[in-house]
Ligand binder design. Sequence first.
Ligand SMILES: [Zn+2]
Ligand SMILES: [Zn+2]
Length: 283
Amino acid sequence: MSGSDEKTTDASIRVRCWGTRGSLPVSGPKFSAYGGNTVCTEIRCGPHTLLFDAGSGILPAGKTLTEEGVSSFNIFFSHSHYDHIIGLPFFAPFFVSDTPVKIWSGHLYGNMSTEQMINEVIRPPWFPVTPDIFRADISCNDFKPGDDLHPHPGMVIKTGNLNHIGGAVGYRVEWGGRSVAIITDTEHTPGSLDPEVLALIEDCDLFLYDSHLLDSEMEEYRGYGHSTWQQAIRLARKSGSRKVGFIHHATWRTDTEIKEFDLQAKAEFPESFFARDGQIIDM
Ligand SMILES: [Zn+2]
Ligand SMILES: [Zn+2]
């Protein structure tokens, strides 16, 4: 059954993008194709369900996964800026008695535990109630960026520091001989490739990458902590990665613009795509 720690021969990996927007949810006809929910990504490894970040996309994720009978979860935080945590109190499985939910973070290592982080953000006056109302069996796990995590037998998750104000963590999930990485949020220095990012995405089957900005916008947004789809392609080439998906779309980025960028990106690197809310990538 889902989430069981019994040995499995199911080596499948399914990636579902539940939220692909950055900074703040958006809605309206200009954003209907790519969607407006903030960052939340599911990586299903055989019977195991991993969620990365709890932006507003975790609302449809929790509802759908519950309907699909998933009964055990791991949630990993890249960091705790609003767009990556705002959906957490609305995660439906929190309200189902005894559902195992393990929450992991490392970006605040040494300064604040995962449990403290959650208790700080889900409380008055920012929110009407505290996590005491949850019925799930929630456990919090702290790690140091650079640690390898082993949430299930046969699974390794590598972690690394990203370049973002206040810190952020990138992840690489290895399962059944394949690998998927999530790199958000991170800023690059034009003209160089971050060695820590390269280590996480080396020879991977797919990585999702912070593409909030364009190369032409980097100067104006220097210090904001974000990167570009053009940088993602440079990283993909250098690392030997087979596929790259662009996430964390800026709030001002319309469907029309993203479709145009998607064509430009595919012309440079055919195995690339701008991710949209609800997209499924089976591997
Ligand atoms: Zn963000
Ligand atoms: Zn951020």
